[in-house]
Design a protein around this ligand. Structure first.
Ligand code: NAP
Length: 285
């Protein structure tokens, strides 16, 4: 049995669905009751409710599984504590594999949510556990929450430079890779970048114009406007402070990795943004 943490989130649902489709038995760890209902609908065998910051909750979730696919909460002040709890529980339960769904470039101190994860990665390396670390780039699917508004207004708006290069990866490719990594002991003691092709907001807008048959332009949203909007939506102070550092970093550097490891794991080229956009437009229109 494989435990997937944060199973009801954007990432968790994709990983759980791919594991269930591949015939694996999955236990899902979720935080809220409603998330338990959501993951049961995906076909998990068990759903365990708990908080990753609570060592007893984590130990209960890990007990009796063969492998753990550790997805951490997004931009969480307890990043290191959550990680230590997962590592300790895996050690006590003698799990055969811990796969950590990390992020690209955890060495970058200017990105606090990446940098904190660097310490979790260090603890995993020192844990003597059979581990695999996947350093995953930004998802193409991040556009979906604003897809309707983009189609309506003709503006693809993000809070960073429209020419900044980003290695965007299709979350479906990530899930396919995760299934392969979990099934193959050859990935033990390995750290792999899971990144897609490089693209800017301007290049995305040009592709979206072609796919949707109407002009889409890329626009940089002023950081203060973005943060005001996030505050109104209820983003935590920690999340807002993290994003206030993330977007200026993207302005200057983007976030670019290599797609070579993903290409090798999948045995095919990773999905490009145009294929993703066509698939999405077919589903949403
Ligand atoms: N988005 C990207 O482009 C991207 C790219 C690479 C890597 N990642 C990584 O993927 C991970 C997940 O991101 P996401 O966008 O999928 O997140 P998400 O959709 O916000 O989902 C996060 C899930 O975490 C659960 N959760 C939050 N705090 C928890 C806690 N203390 N204990 C237990 N469960 C908790 C929530 O459960 P409830 O629903 O029950 O509250 C929620 O379902 C993050 O670590 C992120 O860095 C994301």
């Amino acid at each position: 049995m494989i435990l997937v943490t944060c199973a009801a989130g954007k990432t968790g649902k994709a990983i759980v669905s791919a594991l269930v489709a591949s015939g694996q038995t999955v236990r899902a760890m979720v935080r809220s009751v409603s998330s338990g209902v959501a993951v049961r609908a995906l076909g998990v065998s068990e759903a365990v409710q708990g908080d990753l910051a609570d060592p007893q909750d984590v130990a209960r979730a890990v007990n009796g599984v063969d492998a753990v696919y550790y997805i951490a909460p997004n931009m969480d002040p307890n990043e290191r504590l959550n990680g230590e709890n997962v590592i300790a529980a895996c050690q006590s339960a003698d799990v055969l594999r811990l796969v950590f769904h990390s992020v690209l470039h955890t060495q970058i101190e200017a990105l606090p949510h990446h940098w904190e994860r660097h310490f979790v990665e260090q603890s995993i390396l020192n844990s003597k556990l059979p581990y695999t670390i996947l350093q995953v780039g930004s998802y193409m699917q991040n556009i979906l929450s604003a897809w309707g508004k983009m189609v309506e207004t003709g503006v693809h708006r993000m809070a960073y430079d429209t020419n900044a290069p980003m290695s965007l990866v299709d979350l479906d490719d990530v899930a396919e890779a995760a299934v392969k990594v979990l099934a193959d002991p050859g990935f033990v003691n390995g750290m792999f970048e899971i990144a897609g092709p490089v693209i800017s907001l301007n290049e995305k807008a040009a592709i979206l114009s072609k796919v949707l048959g109407k002009e889409i332009v890329a626009e940089k949203e002023a950081l203060d406007d973005f943060l005001d909007h996030g505050r109104a939506l209820g983003f935590s102070d920690f999340t807002l402070a993290t994003m206030a550092k993330m977007f200026p970093y993207y302005d200057e550097h983007g976030l670019v990795g290599s797609d070579k490891a993903l290409r090798w794991i999948l045995g095919r080229p990773p999905t490009d943004f145009e294929s993703f956009a066509r698939r999405t437009a077919n589903v949403l229109s």
